[in-house]
Design a protein around this ligand. Structure first.
Ligand code: 4AZ
Length: 322
């Protein structure tokens, strides 16, 4: 165990990524899982259940959510940073109770998407570069990022949850001191457009036709996280962005569609000197450890492992059906 930790720390030092990959919850998914009791209409999360979900705070007050996608990087929503400077933001990670335990980091830089629109909320996402990397273990984990948009098919997700410390009723003054979660379903884009209007192709809706379970104020910036078959890793499909009230009938929550920004995220992180994926070896790149590293350990930036299987099965079925 000690040797493993040492190896992990060495890897972290060399590459800034964790050896444990992304999308898994080692402290939550035990071999004999205890039943999870199953925000608006949701329930409290258990410690370690969403090890990548973080609280963004200013002067000790939670104002938005975020997710750990790499030891150096947190993903959140651009609209969280209208009037806030990096030096005023603290990231609280690895804890489900605000102000208790976990690891905190300061923010060195906020990189909002250049196309973010305050009027339409299009491209509502931002990357936060931390002052120091987050350590592996200690209740922390990385969420996986979906691949390019062409590969994404909303039908592939079995189970999706939104989690955050936001209000449990629309218009409430204070959020929840405990991390809460709500199971939601991805809503067909056209149907959502019909119900809500004003959507762009960079938005994905999730909720329930009857309402009841949803994200709300203070959950912004947090992840919509989905799993394909049970036991597979968790992927961040969306970033909590906006909605028409919370938990209302035919008013699902609106999220920024992460897959559409995969290329931008890679570019922005590399431009800041802390790439999300191991960089390709240069001709002079002697001893560049990442070259030998499997892409899987690249801080959460790997394509869905189930997709090639699904594609192959789909092709075979297509051929067989004629
Ligand atoms: C907000 O104001 C907000 N029901 C976030 C999410 C939703 C609504 C409002 C979705 O931050």
């Amino acid at each position: 165990m000690a040797a493993w930790r040492l190896l992990e720390l060495l890897l972290l030092g060399a590459t800034g990524v964790w050896a444990t990959g992304c999308g898994f919850r080692p402290e939550y998914d035990s071999p004999s899982p205890s039943p999870a009791p199953r925000i608006i209409g949701g329930q409290k999360s258990r410690p370690g259940e969403w090890p990548w979900v973080v609280s963004l705070q200013t002067q000790g007050h939670h104002f938005c959510g975020g997710s750990v996608i790499h030891s150096w990087w947190v993903l959140s929503a651009a609209h969280c940073f209208h009037d806030i400077r990096p030096q005023d933001v603290t990231v609280a990670a690895g804890s489900v109770t605000l102000g208790m335990g976990g690891v905190t980091r300061r923010v060195r830089r906020i990189v909002s998407h250049p196309s973010y629109s305050r009027s339409t909320y299009d491209s509502d996402l931002a990357l936060l570069l931390l002052s120091r990397p987050l350590p592996p273990g200690r209740g922390l984990g990385l969420v996986c990022l979906p691949g390019e948009p062409a590969e994404e098919d909303d039908g592939q997700w079995g189970s999706c949850y939104v989690a955050g410390w936001g209000t449990t009723e629309y218009g409430q003054e204070r959020g929840s001191g405990a991390l809460r979660e709500a199971g939601v379903r991805i809503v067909d884009w056209l149907r959502c457009m019909w119900w809500i209007g004003a959507l762009t192709q960079n938005m994905v809706c999730a909720g329930h036709e009857e309402g009841g379970r949803d994200a709300c104020q203070g959950d912004s910036g947090g992840p919509l996280q989905c799993q394909a078959p049970q036991g597979s890793p968790w992927y961040q499909v969306g970033v909590v962005s906006w909605g028409r009230g919370c938990g209302r009938r035919q008013r699902p929550g609106v999220y920024t569609r992460v897959a559409n920004y995969r290329a931008w995220m890679d570019e922005a992180a590399a431009a800041a000197g802390r790439p999300l994926r191991p960089q390709k070896a240069t001709p002079t790149g002697l001893g560049s450890a990442p070259q030998k590293t499997e892409p899987e350990v690249a801080g959460g930036a790997r394509p869905c492992p189930w997709r090639p299987l699904g594609l192959a099965l789909g092709l075979a079925l297509g051929r067989w059906l004629g």
